[in-house]
Ligand binder design. Structure first.
Ligand SMILES: [Zn+2]
Length: 79
C-alpha cells in the first residue's frame, strides 16, 4: 500500500516523491512538481507572447507613421 499525498492544484492524490511542499498564504500545502513546472513554462510562453505583441504594436505604429508621411509627400507632389 502506498500513501498518496493530496495535491491542492490538481485536487487529486499523487505519489509523495513527485510532490513538493509549497508555502501559501493559508499555510503549507503539497503540490506536484509537474503542475509547478507546467505553470512556470506557461508563464514563459505568456511573457514571450506579450513581448511579441508589443513588438508588433511598435511595428504597426511605425508603419502608420510612415504611411502618413508618404501620404503627405504624395499630396505635396500632386499639388
Ligand atoms: Zn498535482
Amino acid at each position: 500500500m502506498t500513501t498518496k499525498v493530496y495535491c491542492y492544484h490538481c485536487m487529486t492524490y499523487h505519489r509523495p516523491e513527485s510532490m513538493r511542499k509549497i508555502r501559501t498564504r493559508t499555510g503549507e500545502r503539497w503540490r506536484c512538481i509537474r503542475s509547478i513546472e507546467a505553470a512556470q513554462s506557461s508563464t514563459d510562453v505568456r511573457d514571450a507572447f506579450g513581448e511579441r505583441q508589443s513588438e508588433l504594436n511598435k511595428a504597426r505604429a511605425r508603419a502608420v507613421q510612415e504611411s502618413a508621411l508618404l501620404g503627405r509627400r504624395l499630396a505635396e507632389l500632386t499639388l
